[in-house]
Design a protein around this ligand. Structure first.
Ligand code: TRP
Length: 366
């Protein structure tokens, strides 16, 4: 590893630790008084949500909403075209995403679910925000770099380079102060805070206002570990190694039957040396709330087959109510359409109000 890389990793480790600590504190404050918080988070509508999404983020959002945190959830449709040539079946995917949110337990009476392409004033924030960042800063963004590498040498589009700024607009237009995300999104949160602070320093505040237009939002890291795909690689639809939320119980069984294990029949929890077996144990642990080692001990000599049966049964049992609600919603697409339309309307009201403050701060209210 070169010096710069070492330095970059050390820095990101430090910022990860800091974010972890901040997250712990926020969790404690939420338990005390959830009304001080507004969360915004979202997903790109690129395909079906799978159990990695569910355990890693969706179930946490539902918990936060149930704890009383005001909830904003974004279908990040513009972000889909940062690194691909067309939009594909994006409309169907957006509806499918909203269906998964509702099926997982997001309450549309309280949550605002919207697509950012439908909120002009949100998108307009991109202009003043772009004036607050340098191109060097954007080129250094680790997520932009990683995505650039993933596009395998295709040229960098202006949207890919600047999407962290657009993501800042997603977060700041509604003045969210907590953003439940994974570790990979931490650089975006840092960039968002920089934009919020620079806006205040450079453009100031609407006349008579003594608070900055934008809050300084914090990442809320979930404490559930991440799970791998059924072949031990990253869980991703492009590897075909996922269990999708919308799959049937039989499809789930079939997928898990094909999961990679190893030749040692006796089941132990050893993430270092037996990552695939450990991953199956983690999935079962997350589905049941039990510990991995305890499950491993119980299965012992039962081998990979017994482990897979246990994973299948517990996962299917956990997901059954969600899948039932999903099927109900699919029967009546009007429900999902209405939830999204109402969310878009609320998001527009909020974005228009924020843009008004921005224009006043910038002395551009004519
Ligand atoms: N970048 C996020 C992802 O790829 C999606 C996203 C877009 C998002 N805008 C956001 C997440 C704002 C949190 C807040 O998963």
């Amino acid at each position: 590893m070169g010096f710069e890389e070492t330095l970059a990793n050390a820095t990101s480790d430090a910022s990860y630790r800091r974010s972890r600590e901040t997250s712990e504190k926020i969790h404690a404050k939420i338990a005390e008084d959830p009304s001080q918080f507004r969360m915004l988070t979202g997903d790109r509508p690129t395909g079906n949500l799978h159990i990695g999404h569910y355990f890693g983020s969706l179930s946490n959002r539902v918990k936060l909403q149930q704890a009383g945190v005001e909830t904003w959830i974004l279908v990040a449709d513009y972000q889909v075209i940062t690194d691909r040539d067309g939009t594909g079946p994006i409309r169907e995917r957006a509806y499918s995403l909203v269906t998964d949110y509702l099926a997982a337990g997001i309450d549309p009476a309280k949550a605002t679910i919207f697509a950012h392409s439908q909120v002009p004033a949100l998108n307009q924030l991109m202009l003043p925000f772009l004036s607050l960042v340098t191109d060097a800063e954007l080129r250094r963004n680790p997520t932009v770099k990683a995505e650039l590498e993933a596009t395998e040498g295709r040229p960098l589009s202006g949207l890919l380079l600047t999407y962290p700024v657009h993501q800042a607009a997603d977060i700041l237009f509604c003045k969210a102060n907590i953003v439940p995300v994974g570790k990979d999104q931490l650089p975006h949160l840092e960039q968002t805070r920089v934009i919020a602070q620079r806006f205040d320093r450079r453009y100031g505040r609407p006349e008579g206002s003594d608070t900055p237009v934008f809050p300084s939002p914090q990442a809320l890291l979930s404490d559930s570990g991440t799970i791998l795909g059924l072949d031990g690689r990253k869980m991703s639809k492009s590897f075909g190694n996922t269990v999708d939320l919308g799959m049937s119980a039989d499809e789930t069984a079939k997928k898990i039957r094909k999961a990679v294990t190893d030749s040692d029949r006796f089941i132990t929890y050893d993430p270092e040396n037996r990552p695939e077996v450990a991953n199956l144990l983690t999935i079962a642990a997350m589905a049941t709330g039990r510990g991995q080692a305890e499950i491993a001990e119980e299965i012992g000599n039962g081998g990979g087959g017994t482990l897979k049966n246990y994973v299948t049964e517990t996962l299917n049992e956990l997901l059954a109510p969600l899948r039932e609600r999903r099927a109900e919603l699919e029967k009546d697409p009007e429900i999902v359409r209405r939830v999204l339309a109402e969310g878009i309307e609320r998001a527009n009201d909020q974005a228009n109000e924020t843009l008004r403050e921005v224009r006043e701060a910038m002395n551009m209210a004519y």
